[in-house]
Ligand binder design. Structure first.
Ligand code: SF4
Length: 946
């Protein structure tokens, strides 16, 4: 593939920019007649996953309607290509069931009665409550809880302007464990592999078909393969990605770190490591383990001690744990070593998100990069903050001085993100309450574990005072809100985004297509909802207006951040907000725009994206300037500090920036782990997962290979029967988007079933079950019933069920889209006991879209997540998704889609897992290490217990 070029010449078949104002295509509807259609093409950015690929909206010049979305060739990350979910945006914007006006609950919460309200009433209601909470010092009772952010920095700034510690996210059900593994090494909590230039690529996931930044990454993995790179995939499932690989390693779930450490042992034992890199760039001199101290020792003696430490991870041990053949492990280890600095890898969810101790595979994986010197190199592993560019707006508020323990409670001082999935349990324990709760592109009743605990919390007005769901569509969670506020899809809003999707830095500009076009034609709009369908708004303008409503006269110090930088005292417009950033905080953009006679804002509106730079490798080696060095100290270990804070390090007599860790080097040895009560994990190790075979045996009464200090015991509900298995519940289907694809008919036509994958060996054990048989899967808190799919594409001893499917609605004809949800009878049959039964599955129906009459599928899948208890990892705080389950054939009373859950049991499981944690305070009375990042970081003083 030809790489991205700023003039767009890399994609010859895409419309050239000079024709975007009048692009002509033949109308496919008119075929066989040759009828020309004229389009205006407007760039925007896809919002259907985090990748932020560039799209072009094709606006029919005759109707003024968007007719389709295709790739934007001027976007440096996606390079004109989209996955199936990008073009399906057209279904979302034309969805006849979408929310078009702000809606307000009438009657009881969850009763499903709504009336239309105005944006003015919404702003007044929330502003009054929020103002009072802030003025009375109860700012932590205001919470913004986001699923898919879709923007960089906007909300962080809003919350800091309000002075509250109120940002909650979904990250602890997504990627916290992988993040912890990465950040303990080098501060950056995400990997940024240079797949295109790699010689060997190792994926611990189905990354070629789904997963993080998957369209931009998949293109580059294929670039790498076409240039000769080998691909290895570690996954218990034979995914489409594994089927494209040179090596498939079907590991038993949770044993990935054992395999990676066995590879590290081979590279160490056979002296295949990059000694110069290890010596210069890891903190080997601080190592202390097994009674050995590197202090005063030579590098060689330290390597010998490491060899002894990892001696237990023989390929045979790894084979016993994982099921992957020892000779395959040896072969791949040698290939990785021979790729050297051109070894790339990716781990994001999968083993990290599924398992207790899931941060250890990430640590073990970076150990392979440290050994091969493939960090920050072309074709290697890089750091996300080297490859991502976040532009800063004018006038930024100071950090908040508060610490909200509903977000960062003391039990999990090393959690990378907010402990969001425990919120119902925290409120049940009386840790606080919420006065104003905003959920945004967030559907925890459906996407989180333990959804019935969320329903119990959301229905309780004592716990949650006022709840607004900011969402383009109805959802299981919005049903229990007080207000449902329609927000735009990707062609109906502004956002600025960047991601570390390749070896370069870029920004992508999402814009409201109708508004942009109509303003080009001379119309003027005060707000985007005036140009969008109905009164669909966009968050940026909503938050600016809410901030003004909270502080109308500026006396609270909030309004100043939402005034025009060009005309203080006047409300900032989005042209000014983004225009100022493009003029002042994106290097090179003003000059590039000027060459075309455009302002920076006009340039971004025209092209939709801008590549900032490609000079991204080895940023750790950047020398410190004389100015940067003035007033600093040099510590005995070579670290350069200013006022006690590390800012650089001496390497071979040169003062360089290094990494953002306390040692300014890669932390092979984590003193942080020792300081925070986990001295047994200062090195990358193998943590046996909660679904390890030893834990499975323990659930049936055995005690071998089970240490209650690290693994909570499973207590089965009394009616749970059947064989014990590990359930993999988190693999993605490439064409669905959690709950947001429910209104994308193109996507649901492709995928609408989530059967239980069962290996033929297990099918036999379970009583010769066959594809289509009804199975009952018992979790620790309930059960669900679904069909079996017998397949060899899964390792034995494991069953699997995909993410995304099993949407439901309580009302027959309203709310969650009828093409993607079952109508259910939901009953509370006892205190905390919930039963759901499908009354009617998917059927064709009448609507303004004639295609809804043509719906031919009848299945919406089965909702499994709601039957899972919460599993907070004691260190990363991640919800460990894999489930130990008991599987049996369904009985005569069971029906497809049946669900039962007891939330009393889920609270008990929460407490068993919480007991593993080792709470703060840490050194000096800290709540959390100062060097570890935090979303919307408060002032340093807030980090200390008062
Ligand atoms: S990968 Fe697909 S869904 Fe994600 S941003 Fe790109 S086109 Fe959209």
């Amino acid at each position: 593939m030809t790489d991205f070029k700023r003039d767009g010449s890399h994609l010859a078949s895409c419309p050239p920019v000079e024709k975007w104002d009048d692009w002509v295509e033949l109308d496919p509807q008119a075929w066989p007649r040759r009828v020309e259609k004229h389009y205006q093409l407007v760039p925007t950015v896809c919002f259907n996953c985090e990748s932020a690929c560039g799209m072009l909206a094709y606006v029919d010049k005759e109707t003024g309607q968007v007719a389709k979305f295709e790739g934007n060739p001027m976007h440096p990350s996606s390079r004109g290509r989209l996955c199936a979910k990008g073009p399906a945006t057209i279904n979302q914007i034309h969805d006849p069931d979408r929310v078009l006006y702000p809606m307000k609950r009438i009657g009881e919460r969850g009763a499903g009665k709504w009336e239309r309200t105005s944006w003015g009433e919404v702003l007044d209601t929330f502003a009054t409550r929020i103002r009072k909470a802030i003025q009375e010092g109860r700012g932590e009772e205001v919470m913004y809880h986001v699923g898919r952010p879709g923007a960089d920095f906007f909300m962080e700034r809003v919350l800091q302007a309000w002075g509250i510690d109120g940002h909650n996210s979904h990250t602890n059900v997504c990627s916290s464990s992988a993040r912890l593994g990465y950040l303990l090494w080098h501060f950056s909590d995400r990997p940024s592999p240079d797949h295109a230039n790699a010689r060997f690529i190792l994926l611990l996931s189905a990354h070629l078909e789904s997963g993080h930044y998957f369209n931009p990454h998949a293109q580059r993995i294929i670039d790498g393969k076409m240039a000769g790179a080998k691909l290895a995939v570690m996954d218990p499932r034979l995914s489409n990605t594994a089927s494209m690989a040179d090596y498939w390693m079907p590991t038993y779930p949770g044993t990935e770190a054992a395999v990676l450490l066995a590879m590290a042992k081979i590279i160490l034992d056979e002296n295949l490591y990059d000694a110069a890199f290890l010596k210069d760039w890891t903190n080997w001199g601080e190592l202390e383990f097994d009674g050995f101290s590197a202090n005063g020792q030579t590098f060689e003696a330290t390597i010998d001690a490491l060899k002894k430490h990892y001696a237990q991870f023989t390929p045979q041990f790894a084979e016993r744990e994982s099921g992957v053949k020892a000779e395959v492990i040896v072969k791949i280890a040698r290939e990785i070593a021979s790729a050297g600095s051109r070894f790339a890898s990716h781990l994001w969810r999968g083993s990290a998100s599924g398992n207790l101790g899931g941060w250890q595979p990430a640590r073990a994986l970076v150990l392979l990069h440290a050994l091969t010197g493939s960090i920050g190199t072309e074709g290697g592993h890089s750091l996300n903050h080297w490859n991502k560019f976040v532009a800063r707006p004018f006038k930024n508020p100071p950090p908040q001085a508060h610490w909200n323990e509903l977000l960062y409670p003391p039990e999990w001082p090393l959690c990378t993100h907010e402990m969001s999935f425990l919120l119902p349990h925290f409120l049940k324990e009386g840790r606080g309450r919420i006065q104003a709760y905003f959920t945004r592109v967030f559907n925890p009743v459906w996407t989180y574990p333990d959804g019935f605990s969320w329903i119990e919390m959301l229905r309780d007005e004592e716990k949650v005072g006022l709840h607004a769901a900011l969402t383009p569509t109805w959802s299981e969670t919005a049903w229990f809100a007080d207000y449902v506020l329609p927000m735009g899809f990707s062609s109906e809003r502004h956002d600025l985004m960047s991601q570390e999707s390749y070896a370069g830095r870029w920004i992508g500009f999402r814009q409201p297509v109708n508004r942009v076009l109509r303003e080009r034609a001379g119309e003027k709009f005060e707000y985007t909802y005036q140009a969008n369908p109905g009164e669909v708004w966009e968050e940026d303008e909503f938050w600016i207006n809410l901030s003004w409503a909270i502080d109308p006269d500026g006396s609270m110090g909030i309004r100043q951040y939402f005034e025009s930088p060009y005309s203080p005292g006047r409300k900032v417009t989005l042209d000014e907000y983004y225009g100022w950033m493009f003029e002042n905080s994106v290097p090179g953009l003003p000059e590039t725009a000027q060459k075309e006679g455009l302002t920076p804002l006009q340039y971004m509106r025209k092209y939709g994206a801008y590549e900032v730079n490609r000079d991204v490798f080895k940023q750790n080696e950047k020398p410190l300037s004389e100015t940067e060095l003035s007033g600093t100290n040099r510590e005995p270990n070579g670290v350069i500090t200013r006022q006690g804070k590390p800012i650089g390090v001496m390497i071979n007599d040169e003062a360089v920036v290094g990494y953002n860790t306390p040692s300014r080097k890669l932390e092979l040895f984590s003193k942080t782990m020792a300081d925070w009560k986990w001295p047994e994990f200062t090195l990358p190790e193998y943590y046996r997962s909660h679904i390890h075979r030893g834990a499975q045996a323990a659930s049936l009464g055995a005690t071998q290979e089970f240490d209650p200090k690290y693994t909570p015991r499973v207590e089965w509900p009394k009616d749970a029967r059947g064989e014990v298995y590990t359930l993999l519940p988190i693999f993605r289907l490439p064409n669905l988007i959690h709950t947001r694809s429910g209104n994308a008919k193109f996507l649901y036509e492709i995928s609408h079933k989530n059967p239980l994958w069962v290996n033929p060996e297990d099918a036999k054990k379970l009583g010769n079950i066959r594809t289509g048989d009804l199975m009952k899967v018992h979790t620790e808190i309930g059960y669900f019933v679904l069909h079996a799919w017998v397949t060899e594409g899964l390792t034995p001893g494991v069953v699997a069920c995909s993410h995304h499917l099993g949407r439901w609605r309580i009302s027959k004809d309203e709310q969650v889209e009828r093409m993607s949800s079952a109508w259910v009878d939901l009953q509370q049959v006892g205190k905390g006991q919930w039963k759901m039964r499908q009354l009617e599955s998917v059927l064709p129906y009448d609507s303004p879209d004639a295609d809804t009459k043509r719906v031919w599928w009848s299945d919406a899948g089965v909702h499994q997540d709601i039957t899972f208890p919460v599993h907070p990892d004691p260190i990363s705080g991640m919800h460990c998704w894999h489930q130990m389950v008991r599987v049996e054939k369904a009985g005569p009373q069971d029906r497809y889609g049946d669900i039962f859950v007891d939330t009393n049991l889920s609270f008990a499981v929460y407490r068993r897992w919480k007991a593993l944690a080792r709470p703060a305070p840490g050194p000096g009375g800290l709540r959390r290490p100062l060097w570890i990042p935090r979303v919307v970081r408060p002032s340093d003083s807030a980090y200390y217990f008062k």
